[in-house]
Unconditional design. Sequence first.
Length: 269
Amino acid sequence: MATNQMRREAAKRKLAHQQQRRIDAARKRKRTAVIVSAAVVVVVVVAVVLLTLPTGADDPAPTAQAAAAPGTVSCQYPAEANAAKANQPPQTTGISNVGTAEVALGTSAGPISLTLDRAKAPCTVNSFLSLAGQGYFDDTQCHRLTTGEGLKVLQCGDPTAQGTGGPGYTIADEPPTDLAASPSGGGSVTYPRGTVAMAKTAAPNSGGSQFFLVYADSTLPPDYTVFGTIDQAGLATIDTVAAGGTDNSNGEGDGKPVTPVTIQTAKVA
């Protein structure tokens, strides 16, 4: 017959056995959970890899950037020398090539209002509007006036007033295609009175911020971007300046205007 001591020892062994089974069961559940989690991670990683790896050779090649939306173009403004006056380069995508924009130049000689034509020169107009909106032209002098036969223009847009300054980037040429051939021939064309065009060096695509205002028909090669026109009040202002003459500092009929012209403000309407 079992004694009380024997019964107590048997109960202890049974309890220990039950505890060990519970511990073993818990360990098994934990291992199962870890294995399942690892499997899920592997499945997710495989899915990501399948989404990012190149597909088969029969799939189409990656396409280039989508073409600009109708009524817009993309422009490039390569950086060059330091800017004559601080500014941010204009945006390069989604540039409108339809319609016009108005810019009012308040000058020390009188008002000059410009109508800029996006259809003729969208990238040039975009740059001009960007600079005007940033105050780049404010408090700058028109540094050159020509009065010689065949070239009658007032040139502005250089904050240094030396004829060498620019915005720190260049603009691709957008040469005119609708100007009449010059009677003098030689491949030149007539830039008519009232034209707004970009100044540049002899190198292609070298325009920046300098522009010239044509106050009488002028003969030039068809290399200068035409991007707008001058209103009648503006032409009257320039006529007055031209009547005052030039200081001939660049040669006869070419130099700084005797009547100073400072663009006090350039406001985009």
